[in-house]
Design a protein around this ligand. Sequence first.
Ligand code: MG
Length: 242
Amino acid sequence: MKNLLCFLFFIGYHVIYSQSKLTEVWEPIPNEVNSFSNFSPPSDAIVLFDGSDFSKWETWGNKEPGWTINEDGSMTVVNGKGSIFTKESFGSVQLHIEWRTGTENLEKHKDQSRSNSGVFLQKNYEIQILDSYKNPTYVNGQAGSVYKQHIPLVNVSRKPGDWQSYDIIFTAPKFKNKELEKPGFFTVFHNGVLIQNHVEIKGTTTNVGKPRYSPHGDAPIMLQDHCCIPLSFRNIWIRKLE
Ligand code: MG
């Protein structure tokens, strides 16, 4: 019985793995360009994280996040402690977030295993966070991609250990009578450089299969606990756009 279960798990894992491969795109590879410095919140922003506490955040089950707050005003993912969510729900927003990929065990990890995380708008629509500095992966899953939907225009990734930023303009999708009325859109700047220019969101960003929409209202921002080399975040702020 145990051997049968192991066999079925093995088969299931390989079916899902091979299906996820079908939607990976590896070319054309975005050009590498340099970037500017980061900046501080405008006066009308809601500060979601300034280094002092997790008061605006929770994890599954409405619990306090199990991630670490550091003395330098950043927080670090503790892999296995779960993704974190804002307590507040949002519609269309401008979101600023700074992140730093980890420098440990780089020789052991590559591709999607280097500081894989993501910032999810309305818990459904992911802008990928990953160490994409000289770390090839499928280009619709590299840093700055709308995951498995839109390749970034250029690769502005800095080396592991350097702080980076996303400035995301998210137009929330609209639903009427449980049907999609208007799709959502993303515009994204990575380290000050435009990498997504008003691209249409095709549905929930998913690893397997085609994206599709499921109706919802305002929802939290989510930061993903995903894989392998812990990364850090700091200076997270948001402005409501509607
Ligand atoms: Mg991710």
